[in-house]
Design a protein around this ligand. Sequence first.
Ligand code: GAP
Length: 513
Amino acid sequence: MAQQDDSFKKVIAHSKEYGFIFPSSEIYDGLSATYDYGPFGSELKNNIKQYWWKAMVQMHENIVGLDAAIFMHPKTWKASGHVDAFNDPLIDNKDSKKRYRADVLVEDFVEKINQKITKDITKAKKRFGDEFNETEFRATNGNVLRRQAQMDEIEARFQKALEAENLEEVRQIIIDLEIACPLSGSKNWAEVKQFNLMFATQIGATAENSNTVYLRPETAQGIFVNFLNVLNTSRQKVPFGIAQIGKAFRNEIVARQFIFRMREFEQMEMQFFVKPGTEKKWYEYWKEKRQQWHAALGLGDDMYRFHDHLKMAHYANAAADIEFNFPFGFKELEGIHSRTDFDLKQHQNLSGKKLQYFDLEENKNLVPYVVETSIGLDRMFLAVLSASYKEEVVDEAKGTSRVVLKIPPVLAPFKVAVFPLTKKDGMPEKAKEIFNELRFETNCYYEEKDNIGKRYRRQDAVGTPYCITVDQQTLEDNTVTIRERDSMEQERIPVAKVAEIVNARCSWKNVLS
Ligand code: GAP
């Protein structure tokens, strides 16, 4: 745990030092749970957006894009259930005066039991080697069975309490499990209260004429209310999808873990409209597709796992999270929900407008069902950044080391850096010439300050896959050295080949195909 904390602190410090992420309005001591993306961070973030958008919209003929307003008619949020049900059950510790999400306290407790099972399995794997059969071990080992039963019992009891909105029972579960305040160790808990997470503001010039509007807590509703507009203008037919990237806002009480849980964040959401009765098939399809999208980046298959929801959102009939192994353990990165026809029907009821399509097979109008994929852009950023952060020994004898961000090349903020070896003999001019040509092809960086070793280290630290160095020989035969970030290997190549090599490794095709 201490090791995890340590590595997370290093990622946070690194991202500030190298211009990826800054605390928001830092000169005023920051604003909690809001962050700004710096020069390198905004590039990486844009590349993640592009990867998602290309995979969804460019690569699917039956998915189109949308960019809806953040402000929406207040009835939207009544219809969606957010006014009445977008609550977190909160519990205060009377001694530490700290506030926690009750469901997070219980989920963390269950996760600790799960970690004990994982430990038992790892030990047994070591002992039995190739003979080891995990399924059999899980089904027969006494300790594992006892722990699994304990987890199932807690989860079932907790789910029942949440569904019945029995907040006294939620508190009782925390007391019965002897869960202590993570900060003070105190078990002195106040009652559990529901807290709505939407930010409200006023629209209109005077107080008398003003209306309460909300900053959208999810981008999805902009898609639902535009269902007919898109259907009528895009020549799409059910099944089809609408994709959107945009800001969302939640007054998170327990805003923590850097950009993992923020009050202002970005979502990349896609609503796939399907014929009623086919939603489970499409749900499985999108689970698989989203898994492939993640796997193509090569951050490691063992960094992901699926988690079926303990508490289903008010609109879903099936839901799973793709969890990522962040520096603080496996946590939700993306949600895939089968949202039924809940939202469209609710909007029909409150707006009085029909939100239907004509089904040729059934020969009648139907309200489509919806399968949603929803991923937090900032969480994806954190996933990429934390998985890419590596500390490596460069030369044991000399005691040199480096910090390198092994960001998937296609997402790297800059693909190539161009250096003159020294600032004389026409090398800067030649390097600038190469740089000015390359920037038509890709995002590149020019640098001439400090010695070459320091420049390599700086580019490693921001994840640039290639460095090009112009030296004396370049002026004679028009060749340069190209250094690859991960292997640190250098090769001499003609200037004319640079773009080809860089583009081949950083091409979108590598991850989209
Ligand atoms: N439209 C469905 C929806 O909003 P959600 O599970 O509440 O579902 C979807 O959110 C994704 O948005 C999450 O998987 C997470 O990646 C991201 N997300 C949610 N709350 C967030 C927050 N406070 N800060 C950063 N990302 C968040």
